[in-house]
Design a protein around this ligand. Structure first.
Ligand code: NAP
Ligand code: MG
Length: 492
């Protein structure tokens, strides 16, 4: 989007004349190659079959780079490199030395934070404010945190003898590309494993930039390998004979497929899957803060968050007030250029995802939902979606039961704590949830009653590397983050 469009949009958004000036982050400090091979054995290499696909900027639909398609042969080369690095170097190295490499990676991410944030926003469509303030600092924090554990594993599991597994195959989605890579790579390296990782098809660039950091950090060849591609490349990793562990973050459908295909293979497995979190507002909650929490929970990052607070439950007495406040707040959200520092809601990650979100809005309307959308203008090019509220929905509605993964919030009301607990738990998912109330006792009641791995009280979507993250039910198995996050990579 050019500046003129952006200016026009702001004037439209705030018709009264009160508007923010555009504040686009510059892109002149980033360096991107036209074409990226796989990162195998410490080097960028051409794909075995010579095929490439494009990664685009979803806000402009312009191509950013050509990316190698990973075949079985590429995955095999990466696994061989990882095995050799594991046998000859990484598992033999003193743990404190391993920790030093991980610290170095963390520091180098910090040094290049601005570049990483801009590339993340260009490749995936998320607002620069989020990639700058959340994705990149948290990615560095994960490497720092796990660097600290590398030489303290005996203290983490006193009286036991923790040992690495070998080669870890890791597959990640497009909503937090660099951060998900950090969640996977940092604990694997700290525990002495080597890695073959596949980023998502639409967002490979920050992983490939991370590969440059691995090179500059002098990480021994083959310790971390990146093979790019789509689902078939992921499947080739999952089914490779010489992989000891699979760590997958993505949809529940693919997670189930993976679980079936590795059954009986002896591979260790962690799955971080979908979610449909309940965000519960009691009458005694601080409503203005709660409204900010709701907005943060579902609208920032376009609702592309597995733990997004996508089902809102409001106690009857404040339902109208909350709806009014939310509608007013929706009008002030700025949808548009992800690189603009004022933007709240950036681009939807891909055309497919935008179509999927729009089809869910359609399904909601056909099910009888009442819709409230912000009246903001959206750019004519690129994939954008207005923030959307759906009311008059019921527990049986598909929009209440199924993960939409977009800026769409369903709103239901409740009278009693028992009623809302039953509704909150009536979902196949169990990843996260939130409760807003003035009373500590209600917080304890709700957080011990909701079947979810992560629960927030009077806040939402807050993360820390020391805190374990993961789901119940169809949201997955195993934990990432914290001391718990070491376990999936160890034999004890
Ligand atoms: P997805 O379709 O399951 O894809 C995730 C990753 O798996 C991608 O790298 C994908 O490649 C790859 N893949 C696809 N088919 C595969 C197969 N048969 N075998 C192996 N790998 C395969 O999920 P998505 O739509 O990209 O991501 C959104 C989903 O991720 C949502 O459901 C969200 O809730 C979930 N998520 C969960 C967490 C969590 O921690 N619980 C965090 C973030 C996201 P391509 O990209 O090329 O298709
Ligand atoms: Mg892209």
């Amino acid at each position: 989007m050019n500046v003129t469009d952006q200016q026009k949009r702001y004037t439209l958004d705030f018709g009264t004349g009160w508007a923010y000036d555009p504040a686009p982050e510059s892109t002149d400090h980033i360096s991107l190659k036209k074409k990226y091979g796989h990162f195998i054995n410490g080097k960028f290499v051409e794909p075995a079959e010579g095929n490439y696909f494009e990664t685009i900027n979803p806000a402009t639909e312009e191509k950013l780079a050509d990316i190698a398609v990973g075949s079985k042969a590429d995955v095999d080369a990466a696994v061989k490199a990882a095995r050799k690095a594991y046998d000859k170097v990484w598992s033999k190295m003193p743990a404190s030395e391993r920790g030093r490499y991980i610290y170095r990676i963390a520091r180098m991410i910090q040094e290049r934070a601005r570049e990483f944030a801009v590339i993340e926003s260009m490749d995936g469509g998320k607002p620069i404010r989020e990639s700058r303030d959340v994705d990149v600092p948290l990615a560095a924090a994960h490497f720092f945190y796990y660097a600290g554990w590398a030489d303290k594993l005996n203290y983490a599991f006193p009286g036991r003898t923790p040992a690495p597994l070998g080669v870890a195959g890791q597959i990640i989605p497009w909503n937090f590309p660099l951060l998900m890579a950090a969640w996977k790579i940092a604990p694997a390296l700290a525990t002495g494993n080597t890695v073959v990782l596949k980023p998502a098809e639409t967002t490979p660039l920050t992983c490939l930039k991370l590969a440059e950091i691995m090179q500059e950090a002098g990480l021994p060849d083959g310790v971390v390998n990146f093979v790019t591609g789509a689902g078939d490349t992921g499947a080739a990793i999952v089914n490779h004979q010489d992989i000891n562990k699979i760590a997958f973050t993505g949809s529940t459908a693919v997670g189930k497929l993976i679980q079936r295909s590795i059954a009986g293979s002896g591979k260790k497995l962690t799955l971080e899957l979908g979610g449909k979190a309940a965000n519960i507002i009691f009458e005694d909650a601080p409503l203005d803060q709660a409204v900010e929490g709701i907005v943060n929970g579902i609208f920032f990052n376009q609702g592309h968050v597995c733990c997004a607070g996508s089902r809102l439950f409001v106690q009857e007495g404040v339902a109208d007030a909350v709806h009014q406040k939310l509608t007013d707040r929706l009008e002030t959200l700025i949808v548009g250029d992800p690189l603009d520092k004022n933007t709240d809601i950036g681009a939807i990650n891909s055309k497919e995802q935008l179509d999927r979100i729009n089809s869910y809005i359609e399904i909601g309307l056909n099910e009888g939902a009442a819709i409230t959308q912000s009246s903001c203008s959206i750019p004519s090019k690129g994939y954008f979606c207005r923030p959307t509220l759906l009311q008059n929905v019921s527990q049986a509605s598909r929009v209440v039961q199924e993960e939409i993964f977009g800026p769409v919030l369903t709103i239901q009301t409740f009278r009693t704590p028992d009623e809302v607990l039953e509704k909150a738990n009536n979902t196949p998912y169990g990843l996260s949830g939130g409760v807003w109330t003035d009373k500590g006792s209600k917080i304890f009641r709700m957080t011990s009653g909701i079947d979810a791995g992560v629960l927030w009280a009077n806040t939402f979507n807050k993360f820390d590397p020391t805190s374990p993250f993961g789901g119940y039910k169809e949201s997955g198995m195993g934990r990432e983050g914290g001391l718990h996050g070491l376990l999936p990579y160890l034999k004890i």
